[in-house]
Design a protein around this ligand. Structure first.
Ligand code: GAL
Length: 716
């Protein structure tokens, strides 16, 4: 026996030596292997097997990626350095003087990230862009046309152009602080540095013709963007806590009487027999017959979405079954199942299928999967799969996405819902991020940032201090991935602010009219990885305009200090042609930056400018919207629910400017996954020499539109 132990001990020592020997503490240049055109992978020392993309578990869209143009490796490989020491892996990438960095997940206050120090750490956003956010995605995009994904489910420290090395190739001039001007508290830094608390890491580097091309490749690599069901893009309303079946029916009827769009009603806490922690069982007093209730609501063209947090109540039937598969710590006295394991996944999935999906529930709002520290399991928590608290925290949102996505796929029914935590790799999952923070301007900055990181974000509407604020918020939610009022705490309704009701109604109907455009925009997300909502920096003409001029700089100055002045975080693109310039509460008008090329007013078709800054006056009852020259926006009649978007729907194709343009109009059954097997229809809408033409591209799902008219909006 002793001998046997000695042999085992010897083998163990040998194998751990072997492991150690492959971890180099020397600094070296990673080796990059091309996986697709413009996509390279580097494996540094010994990456953990569990990482962000392994949790997301989606294959890259290889066919599309392989058709992309070849790219040269965008940085000098000699200048990318790494080493692993004391359980941490260090990375250094060069930054050029005028280079700008975007991304790093769901930031709320900043778009340009050069000059920032962050720990990318899953959390509820707390008011500072310090890396603690609902989607701390370790992916950044450079204005030089490349992007880097650090594929690790760890808290990652990033120093984005802040560290100054004594051996820098671009040293800053040293000044005497007291004796002369030019001294800088933050001397110029020419690198981006990263620390990953692990013995290695996998890196994926993307190069493209433009930053948009880089983001597209990143999205395609992670599986391509989600295509929501049609109803998901209609109007959503979440009812107050503890509402029962009658209250909900009254709410649904109210929308009909007031003639306000409604596709989805969200149930907040109160449908579970206990929450929080949750039982996932229906409360019998409020919902005596949930199946019948769902049938009745669904028959009025309205889907039901269920709020939940994943922490299981000791009073529920799932508790005992899940206890052996749960982490060491509780959250609000509920156990935390380890969904990286097959058994608990199956238990939960079977339960959801039996008591929720089979009853006709269309999806979930998955709450509290992000933080705050005191509300979640601590990092000392352990989980039965062997993962630690940190790995769980960085990925729990993604785990919940995959768990629920699988059961809807099994039914061949698309879902669309909400989540409070996402990470790299969640791009193809049908979830939109939301939170409890409520600054309107910052909500728009988050919408812009979502587009750099493969995320969807909703600026949901809750209470407002004034009519004007209510209207402005309603306008922006209608121009986002999910148009929604979240009345869980205050019971507001679209008509709560009577003096602006008509304008609210108008903008909600405008969203409905634009669904053919928006749905096609999401198809572009799915097929080509193009973010449906994105910042102006991803617009090619815009980048040129706001780029820091090199002549203004010398190495002694901070390039990011200059660049921050040109940071645009309050206007954005929806799809290929439409620019949205929100007004905020009590704004006395606003400045709108028009990228190069002619721009037109969406409502009137009038020319508004070209590569310049224009002033939009307040009093505008409408949300300021602008269309690019050659823009084509297909619109349908004002329907209240997507159930009215049926065969023979007439289509008005609006054309802006005088330049020839084209737009791919997409359609499919709007609810199943058959489109993934090729069952969809695309037609090219084209304008050539002032004439509208429609060409067939792909036709295997029929054609939903009836009479088609072209409307040329611009005289000039
Ligand atoms: C919060 C969530 C709100 C609402 C509430 C219900 O955590 O962010 O939107 O769902 O819980 O208790």
């Amino acid at each position: 026996m002793k001998q046997l132990i000695a042999i085992f001990a010897f083998i163990f020592i040998l194998s751990s030596c072997e492991k150690k020997s492959t971890i180099s503490s020397e600094t070296f240049n990673p080796e990059w292997n091309e996986s697709f055109p413009g996509v390279w992978k580097a494996t540094i020392n010994q990456p953990e097997e569990f990482n962000l993309l392994s949790v997301a578990n989606k294959a890259p869209r290889s066919e599309t990626l392989n058709k992309k143009a070849k790219q040269d490796f965008p940085i000098s490989t000699d200048e990318i350095k790494t080493f692993t020491k004391n359980g941490k892996t260090y990375l250094r990438f060069p930054l050029e003087i005028e280079e700008q960095i975007y991304g790093f997940g769901l930031n709320f206050k900043t778009v340009q990230q050069r000059g920032r120090i962050m720990r990318l750490h899953m959390d509820h956003y707390g008011g500072k862009d310090d890396g603690r956010t609902h989607a701390p995605v370790p992916f950044y995009v450079s204005s030089k046309g490349y992007g880097v994904l650090i594929n690790a489910a760890r808290y990652i420290d990033v120093y984005v152009g802040t560290g100054v090395r004594h051996d820098s190739k671009n040293p800053a001039t040293v000044y005497d602080r007291n004796a002369r001007d030019g001294w800088s508290a933050q001397p110029y830094s020419d690198n981006l540095e990263v620390i990953i608390p692990a013995d290695g890491v996998e890196l994926i580097l993307f190069a493209g013709e433009t930053m948009l091309d880089v983001v597209q490749r990143f999205n395609l690599y992670c599986g391509g963007g989600v295509l929501p069901p049609k109803w998901g893009l209609g109007f959503w309303h979440r009812t107050p806590t503890l509402f029962n079946t009658e209250d909900i029916q009254t709410e649904v009827s109210g929308f009909k009487e007031k003639n306000f769009p409604l596709d989805v009603i969200g149930l907040e806490p109160g449908w579970h027999s206990k929450s929080y922690p949750c039982t996932f069982e229906w409360d019998k007093s409020r919902f005596p017959n949930p199946k019948e209730f769902a049938k009745q609501i669904n028959s009025q063209g309205v889907k039901l979405n269920l709020w939940m947090n994943p922490y299981l109540s000791p009073e529920g039937i799932l508790y005992d079954k899940m206890l052996p598969y749960s982490g060491s710590h509780t959250v609000w006295n509920g156990i935390v199942p380890d969904y990286t394991m097959a058994e608990p996944r199956k238990i939960m999935q079977d339960h959801m299928k039996k008591y929720q999906l089979e009853y006709g529930m269309s999806g979930y709002k998955m709450d509290e999967v992000d933080g705050y520290d005191r509300w979640l399991w601590p990092d000392v928590a352990s989980f039965p799969s062997g993962l630690d608290g940190e790995q769980m925290r960085q990925t729990y949102g993604t785990q919940m996405m995959t768990l629920t996505d699988e059961i809807y796929r099994e039914k061949n029914e698309r879902t669309y819902g909400l989540i409070r935590a996402a990470n790299a790799g969640s791009v193809s999952y049908p979830y939109v991020i939301y939170n409890d923070y409520y600054n309107h301007k910052d909500f728009i900055t988050a919408l812009i940032n979502s587009g750099f990181s493969g995320l969807l974000w909703t600026p949901e509407v809750r209470a407002s201090r004034s009519e004007e604020e209510w209207l402005r918020r309603m306008q922006t939610t209608c121009f986002s991935p999910m148009a929604m009022i979240n009345a869980w705490a205050d019971g507001t309704k679209p008509w709560s602010f009577t003096t602006v009701y008509e304008q609210c109604q108008e903008v909600a109907f405008l969203r409905m009219q634009m669904l053919p455009y928006l749905y096609s925009t999401f198809a572009d997300y799915h097929f080509n990885g193009t973010p449906p909502f994105r910042g102006m920096n991803l617009e090619p003409g815009f980048e040129v305009d706001t780029k820091v001029e090199q002549t203004k700089l010398d190495a002694t100055k901070n390039p990011y200090a200059e660049a921050v002045k040109s940071e645009v975080k309050d206007q954005y693109m929806m799809g290929e042609f439409l620019m949205v310039a929100p007004l905020f509460n009590m704004d006395e008008g606003r400045k709108v930056i028009l990228p190069k090329g002619k721009w037109y007013d969406f409502y009137t078709g009038e020319y508004v400018g070209n590569g310049e800054i224009i002033q939009v006056e307040n009093g505008f009852e409408k949300l300021p919207l602008f269309v690019k020259d050659g823009g084509i926006i297909p619109m349908m009649p004002k329907i209240r629910q997507t159930s009215e978007w049926v065969e023979n729907t007439p289509l008005e194709i609006r054309v802006y400017g005088k330049t020839d343009g084209k737009f791919v109009l997409y359609d499919d059954d709007g609810k199943t996954f058959n489109f993934e097997k090729g069952e969809y229809t695309t037609k090219m809408l084209k304008v050539e020499n002032g004439k509208g033409i429609i060409e067939d591209l792909h036709n295997s799902a029929g054609w939903i539109y009836g009479e088609i008219s072209w409307k040329f909006m611009s005289e000039e």
